[in-house]
Design a binder for this molecule. Structure first.
Ligand SMILES: [Fe+2]
Ligand SMILES: [Fe+2]
Length: 251
């Protein structure tokens, strides 16, 4: 937790700002945008499942392997959940033939299946603390996105449709929080064998990388972040202001 707090102070992410939430809220008012966003989420969950399946296949520890396999099965199921959200919130928005193809976004992994490294996957390797840090950060952002999606979907659904959607959303949130928790536990275990400061450096680098990825995904959008504005947020319009000395600002 202290490494995460250090990293967040050194490289504040965009996705915890009110302005990021506003960007999502305004974009998501458009039904097509929201539908595409759900499909993109299904694709990401499916890709994530394949990466996790490969990592699990190469893990050398039984507990870690079981956790990774469970995670892969969760993400595999989530890909299908997102498609169900699409069907309920936006019935008929996709071409029927395309909709059938979307089912393939989930690799449909199950706990009863034997693990295998997915062919050609760069994740067919023994998992390291670096992998778990990147997963932890991604899962935190997924959880934040989930909360924004929930509010957006409420606006696109009547009470009956939202009543069908809510249990899926609750299951997604429960799983994502579990993913944040178990990756944090594994990081904690690895960290015991690390030199002080090493984890802070690695965490800061990965938070910073992920900030850049998020910024790229936003199409390099620049917005004002008057709340908690900080010269270390390069996407803030106010960045032209004098940069605070690092020593004053980094805990
Ligand atoms: Fe997920
Ligand atoms: Fe997840």
């Amino acid at each position: 937790m202290s490494a995460l707090e250090y990293a967040l102070a050194a490289a504040p992410p965009p996705y915890d700002t009110r302005e990021y939430d506003d960007l999502f809220r305004i974009s998501s008012e458009d039904a097509t945008w929201m539908a595409v966003s759900l499909i993109t989420n299904a694709e990401r969950e499916g890709d994530g499942a394949k990466r996790l399946w490969s990592l699990a296949a190469c893990s050398r520890h039984d507990t870690e392997q079981h956790l990774l396999k469970t995670h892969a099965v969760d993400e595999s199921r989530h890909a299908l959940y997102y498609l169900r959200l699409l069907d309920i919130a936006f019935p008929g928005i996709t071409d029927p033939a395309f909709r059938v193809k979307l089912q393939a976004l989930s690799p449909r992994f199950g706990m009863e299946q034997d693990l295998f490294p997915v062919e050609g996957s760069p994740y067919a390797k023994v998992p390291t603390i670096d992998d778990f840090i990147q997963m932890n950060i991604a899962e935190i952002r997924t959880t934040i996105h989930h909360l924004m999606q929930r509010k957006a979907l409420r606006k696109h659904c009547d009470d009956v449709a939202f009543g069908r959607i809510e249990p899926l959303l609750d299951a997604l949130l429960r799983d994502e929080l579990r993913h944040v928790g178990y990756t944090a536990d594994l990081i904690e275990n690895f960290a015991r064998q690390m030199v002080t400061g090493e984890l802070q450096k690695l965490m800061t680098r990965r938070i910073s990388d992920f900030n850049q990825i998020t910024h790229d995904e936003l199409g390099n959008a620049v917005f004002d972040c008057h709340v908690e504005c900080c010269a270390k947020r390069p996407w803030c319009r106010q960045k032209a202001q004098p940069v605070l000395p690092v020593s004053r600002d980094v805990r």
